[in-house]
Design a protein around this ligand. Sequence first.
Ligand code: ZN
Length: 148
Amino acid sequence: MKSWKLIKPNTLQFFTEEPSELDASKNIKVKMDKVLIAHNDILLFNNKSAALPDMVLGSIGVGVVSEVLNAEKARFSRMDRVVIEPYLACGNCRFCKDEEYLMCTKKQQLGINADGLLQDFISLPQKCLFGLPETLSSTNALLTRDTG
Ligand SMILES: [Zn+2]
């Protein structure tokens, strides 16, 4: 797995690591196609006061499904193009139990407080993915996401 991590203000470093295995909480592997460098990425990149861990930036991205765990139960198949919802819900709070994942009070946001999309592959829960129609280009699909 290859990624660009923010290691200190104004400095990205290229890393190569072993790929992560899929599991029940992250059951779809996506090969990233396009990542939009957005306002929050620039703010983090330039932030001189924050204590930044080595973190992968990128909250807005489009990719292609490359691997699926338990394919017979999954909503996606290999080669499906997807846009990525950048929020990882905790799965345990009352909102998550009611499947109101965007209301989750403990959710993480990719590229903000969890490793983001500026990498070649990422494993995610399928509820973070939305299929793209053939008529929508990957570039235009980037504009369907809003990181708030
Ligand atoms: Zn939750």
